[in-house]
Unconditional design. Structure first.
Length: 459
């Protein structure tokens, strides 16, 4: 029986695409296998940073050593960005970009003649994309902006025995941030139809899941592209529909851009016990000059106002941000503006990134590129600051009650047995004792230890 293995790199959207590919292989009658034994090994790649692409190349080399007889299929954002570069790597059988990812199983099995041409869009041979260079039948890539297909399948966290599925409801992005390669490899913003979202959520509920995470590349833009809709079709309406039309116990919302946090949206999250108290707003920089060079659509004072409103409405919410250091031309004074805002705003965690020049983006050719050693030092400063803020936030819950969903892992230590969990406000927790996974419990926090809360069940 033919078998497959999928390795995902990068963001939740990539993981969601991998879940959809997995479903298609299973529908074709293939079995799961390990990377060392699979006939087809799919690398679902990321292109956000040069390091992400380097990781994919290292994985290709590793697979060649471990499973020399398999077919290595490279897909995802890196495949869309540099198909010929990947196809030239020893051991790669096929390169399938995001433009044709939804037909990957058919292409891998040599049954692409069965594909529905109405879903493929214009199947542009790779030579048309690359100025009519010699055609290579191992490459399947075309103009991503000509495609409207959106892969969607729930993603299950295998490390936690599938207790918190992630559902991608939006893909692509219409913004043109000067540092970001994502629009050129994922295309325009595309939304999963409302009825399809509700159907997926309810199926997960029926299957026994108590919390679902909804995600996207630019999640707050959901609905703007759907036929027969207008600017009034907002992400907030989608969230209300999930609450009104499904029996989901808890909805968790992933990253939403600052400009999409309206007062009514903040109020909805604050007032609904069925929405996790967790807000993630990409910041990137707190320097107005840097934000303008980045082509971001908000100013530092706008961002500050949104975070302060969220904290006022939800005093115990987790509030996180993405921050980039070392953007071209970032001066010491501009970095200090970011550092001061991080110090002053009530963040509970940060994702800190060092700028990585991406081919084809405006920022890649900007003057005054920041030296790597300077950017890394700025990264260290913000990470240490974020760690201090997270620790203080966690300590504020000692002696207090929190709800948490149990994951699968049970740890044994000198202090006894503990079950890993995640709180409603996005904090790692160990609940004393052995407990069934995928259950919500009310707990009392005893202490902060090793970067997590230690708690017992509320009596």
């Amino acid at each position: 029986m033919p078998s497959f293995y999928i390795e995902n790199f990068g963001c939740r959207a990539t993981q969601a695409d991998g879940a959809a590919i997995e479903r298609e292989f299973l529908n074709q009658g293939l079995d799961h296998a390990t990377r060392e034994n699979a006939q087809f090994v799919v690398l679902n790649t990321c292109a956000v940073t040069a390091a992400a692409e380097q990781d994919a190349r290292a994985s290709i080399r590793r697979i060649r050593r471990e499973n020399p007889g398999c077919e290595v299929i490279v897909t995802g954002c890196y495949a869309q960005r540099a198909p010929r570069e990947i196809a030239a790597l020893p051991g790669v059988s096929k390169v399938i970009g995001n433009s044709h990812k939804h037909n990957l199983a058919h292409i891998a099995l040599g049954t692409q003649s069965e594909m529905d041409s109405s879903k493929v869009g214009s199947f542009v041979p790779i030579q048309d994309l690359l100025r009519r260079e010699a055609f290579e039948d191992s490459i399947f890539v075309s103009d991503i902006f000509a495609h409207t297909e959106l892969l969607a399948a729930p993603v299950f966290d295998s490390a936690n025995e599938r207790t918190r599925p992630n559902l991608k409801v939006q893909d692509g992005c219409n913004n043109r941030c000067s540092f970001c390669i994502i629009p050129s490899v994922r295309g325009r913003s595309r939304s999963l139809a409302l009825e399809e979202v509700l159907r997926n959520v309810e199926q997960l509920v029926v299957a026994g899941y108590r919390e679902v995470v909804i995600s996207g590349i630019n999640l707050g833009r959901w609905g703007r592209d759907l036929p027969g809709t207008s600017e009034s079709s907002t992400f907030e309406q989608l969230v209300r529909a999930v609450l009104d039309e499904t029996s989901l116990e808890k909805l968790r919302i992933s990253s939403v851009e600052p400009m999409d946090w309206s007062d009514s949206f903040i109020r909805l999250i604050a007032e609904s016990p069925r929405i996790a108290k967790h807000a993630h707003l990409p910041m990137q920089s707190a320097s107005d000059a840097v934000l303008r060079r980045m082509h971001r659509k908000y100013r530092p004072w706008h961002y500050r106002e949104k975070v302060e409103k969220i904290r006022s409405a939800m005093p115990s919410a987790a509030i996180g941000a993405d921050v980039m250091v070392g953007f071209p031309g970032e001066t010491e004074a501009e970095f200090e503006e970011t550092q001061r805002m991080v110090e002053h705003l009530p963040f509970t965690y940060l994702h800190v990134f060092t700028f990585s020049a991406r081919p084809g983006t405006a920022a890649a050719t900007m003057p005054n590129q920041v030296p790597v050693r300077v950017a890394r030092e700025r990264n260290r400063i913000l990470r240490e600051l974020a760690a201090e803020k997270k620790q203080a936030f966690m300590r504020s819950f000692v002696g207090k009650q929190l709800t948490a969903i149990t994951l699968s892992t049970v740890n044994e230590s000198a202090d006894g047995t503990g079950t890993e969990a995640l709180t409603d406000n996005y904090l790692k927790m160990t609940i004393r004792g052995r407990h069934q996974s995928n259950r919500w419990f009310r707990t009392v926090v005893e202490v902060v230890e090793g970067g997590e809360l230690i708690a017992s069940l509320r009596s």
